[in-house]
Every structure is written in C-alpha cells, then in structure tokens.
Design a protein around this ligand. Structure first.
Ligand code: DX5
Ligand code: ZN
Length: 230
C-alpha cells in the first residue's frame, strides 16, 4: 500500500447552531455534545457584512454553561475589532474573522490570540486563496466558505473544491499545524470530496440539525469524510 502523503487526521465535525431550534438552545447544545460532534460552530451575523442577523455574545455566554465542546465562533460582522473581547469573555475557544471584513486583518488576528483564543481567517467564495497567504503565520484555522455567507441550507458551490486544495498546498508549504475548515452546504454526498481536497474540518448545520438523529448524522458525516481523507 502506498504511504499517505501526510499522516491521517481524524475528520473534525463542527455542528452549526444556526440550523438549531433557537427556542431550545440549551437542549440543542447538550444534544450536540451527546451526539459526539467535535466543535460547536456559532455563526454571528450583523445584517451588514451579511444580509442576515443571528445572535451575539450574550447568546454565546448563555449556552456556555451547557456545553463542553470547543466553541468555534465565526464572525460575519464588520467591523470585528470592537467585539472580539466580548466573544472571548463569553466563552469562545476559536474566533474566525473574514479577510474581507477588515480593516486590519493582522491586528484582528493578533488581538484574538492575545485574548487566549485560537485565531481563524475566513474567506468568501469569491475571494481567492492568496488572500490568506499574508496571515498564515498568525492563524490556527483557515475557514473556506463553500456558500456565500448569511444563511444555512444553501447549496455547496463546487469551485470551492479546487480552492480548498490550493489552501491545503499553502498550509503544507507553511509547515504549520492549521485546521482547514469547509463551511456551507456540507452533506454526506459532498463530504468525501471536500476531505479529499484537504479539508480537515467540516461544518454542517442542516445536515445535522435537520436530521432526526444527530448522533447518526455526525457519524455519517465523519464516515463520509474518512473514506476519502483518512
Ligand atoms: C453560513 C454559515 C454556515 C451555515 C452552514 O453563513 O457560516 O456555518 O450555518 O449551514 P448549512 O450546513 O446548513 O449550509
Ligand atoms: Zn459558519
């Protein structure tokens, strides 16, 4: 059997609470932990950077006591800098900011690290992979949007596969341990290709919260990713 190009990495499954029942957040986050998701993904939207408003740091703080999973906060807000400390204090473990949101990406990422969180850079589907190059030494996570951000339940944009592969090459060249995350429209059908392209973490909202059995949905996504990526 040929040697793998790099050591196998277990597929990280992050459940996006955006697709959960907002009237039952405590029960939902407990159920996701029991379902053995790896991270809880929290989509913060401001109605300005994206055409939707979701929730803010108060909700993150309120659910923190009910879930032990790492909180993976995805800020789709502009500006981001005035709000970073409030999300860290609310219990975020990871904070990802969009390269497009600006105005000063290095400063935002340094601030996140200074707050004791893992730092992530996110890029929209229309943003080329090279946008993350200047900050690869400052990030723990690169989040590639595989739909235009703003809403759950959208269809995966297939050009993202090539983009994930390009970012994977950039990460390998950096020699750094960086999670490569795909976010949006992830289903069991697409998970294998996304993982094979080099993503190490899959974010899924509808595919988990829209399923009757969360644990089965998490396991199915992890298995679909494993077939290609491990
Ligand atoms: C979209 C969000 C995604 C979204 C994923 O702006 O960043 O995290 O919740 O939801 P699904 O899996 O339904 O596409
Ligand atoms: Zn997200």
């Amino acid at each position: 059997m040929p040697m793998p190009a790099r050591p196998p990495v277990r597929t990280i499954i992050a459940a996006s609470l955006l697709a959960g029942d907002f009237a039952r957040l405590k029960e939902e986050v407990r159920a996701i932990e029991e379902a053995r998701a790896d991270w809880l993904h929290l989509d913060v939207m401001d109605g300005h950077f994206v055409p939707n408003i979701s929730f803010g740091a108060g909700v993150v703080r309120a659910i923190r006591a009910h879930c032990r999973l790492p909180f993976d906060v995805h800020l789709m807000i502009e500006p981001v800098d005035p709000y970073l400390a409030s999300f860290a204090e609310a219990g975020a473990d990871h904070i990802s900011v969009h390269a497009e949101a600006g105005p000063h990406l290095h400063r935002s990422l340094q601030t996140i690290r200074g707050l004791g969180c893992k730092a992530g850079v996110a890029i929209n589907p229309a943003t080329p992979p090279v946008a993350v190059a200047p900050v690869l030494d400052l990030v723990d996570i690169v989040l590639v949007m595989t739909v235009d951000p703003g809403f759950g339940g959208q269809t995966f944009l297939s050009p993202a596969i090539g983009k994930i592969a390009t970012v994977r090459e950039m990460i390998e060249a950096s020699g750094r341990d960086i999670a490569l995350v795909a976010d949006g429209g992830i289903t069991c059908e697409i998970a294998g290709a996304v993982r094979a392209a080099g993503a190490t973490a899959l974010i899924a909202g509808t595919a988990i919260f829209g399923a009757p059995d969360y644990a089965a949905a998490v396991a199915a996504l992890r298995g679909a990713g494993a077939e290609a990526g491990e």
